[in-house]
Ligand binder design. Structure first.
Ligand code: FBP
Length: 305
């Protein structure tokens, strides 16, 4: 497979990694309709675990079937498909080699209260057995239990890198340490992106940040440095800067289902802000297959432009 200067440039930022891990990053960047552009659109389907099947799949019943998502990601031209162990096991053999897979190694449900902390629900060995390019892992900065998640991730990252896999981290601030608005506030979003990079992630995923600022000290620093945060493009740009000056792949999540115009407008702003891409789940699979496919293709089109 040929490569592009952009992909080579991105890979050069991961020079400390083994050829195995760099090969997996190469595969991610050279798959689907965005191959070679340095941009990524990924379909994540862990919402059945995270929010329950009713909230996740009732809006589009065929989405209860794990194979639906492999096909959706493939037909749309996504770079990869990410899911927990069960969903991947259900289709990994049938779709072997057709689309890069990311095994989401920890997950949580909405069936208890208390400080957020995901359970480790898969292993690096599972990821290798299923032919995945990467492991995925969620951290909740802001939770009292964050250190346990950081420490578990440290071990999994070491093993994944040793065995030639890439590491994708969902960095979702939440828990008693921060307010509800703070979960997506610009200072916290940038902080979450940076923590994930420091933990050794190759690809980091955060939610699109708002102009809210959680920490008084951060507010002063933003004002003093005159960091523009008015538009989503401004904020995406700053978050990329927080991710090692743009030397780590930072992508943004899609959020709850909303209208097509709203989704596409948000993606355009992220793209203008220099985003490496998006990871869009509910907005894709909670629409009918035709509509979900069309939306994913439109999103990919924005990143291609
Ligand atoms: P969505 O596009 O559906 O938001 O998917 C992205 C994602 O990161 C999923 O992987 C995850 O299940 C979900 O968001 C978590 O959403 P929330 O933080 O609202 O529970």
């Amino acid at each position: 497979m040929s490569t592009t200067e952009r992909v080579q440039q991105i890979l050069s930022w991961y020079a400390s990694e083994t050829p195995g891990t760099r090969t997996q990053l190469f595969r991610l960047l050279n798959s689907g309709a965005l191959a070679g552009t340095g941009k990524l659109v990924i379909l994540p389907v862990d919402q059945g675990f995270e929010h329950g099947p009713v909230r996740s799949f009732a809006p589009n019943p065929p989405a209860h079937d794990p194979l639906y998502h492999f096909k959706l990601a493939l037909d749309a031209g996504c770079n990869a498909y990410a899911a927990p162990l069960g969903f991947l096991e259900a289709g990994a053999a049938e779709f072997a080699g057709q689309i890069p897979l990311i095994l989401k190694l920890n997950n949580s449900d909405t069936l208890s209260k208390g400080e957020p902390c995901s359970a480790v629900t898969g292993s690096v060995e599972d990821a290798l057995r299923l032919g995945c390019v990467a492991i995925g892992y969620t951290i909740y900065p802001g939770s009292e239990l964050r250190n346990r998640m950081y420490e578990d991730l440290r071990e999994l990252t070491l093993e994944a890198k040793r065995k030639g896999l890439a590491v994708v981290v969902w960095s979702y601030p939440r828990g008693s340490g921060i307010s509800k608005d703070g979960e997506t506030g610009i200072d916290i979003a940038a902080y979450a992106a940076h923590i994930a990079c420091e933990l050794g992630a190759h690809i980091v995923k955060i939610k699109p940040p708002t102009a809210f600022i959680e920490q008084a000290e951060a507010k002063k620093a933003i004002e003093k440095a005159k960091i523009p945060i008015e538009t989503l493009s401004d904020r995406a740009r700053y978050c990329s800067q927080a991710a090692f000056g743009g030397r780590r792949i930072l992508i943004f999540s899609g959020g709850p289902a909303k209208g097509t115009d709203e989704v596409v407008s948000e993606i355009r702003q992220l793209h203008t802000g220099g985003s490496f891409g998006s990871i869009v789940g509910r907005n894709a699979f909670q629409r009918s297959r035709d509509d979900g496919l069309a939306l994913l293709k439109q999103i990919i089109g924005v990143y291609k432009s």
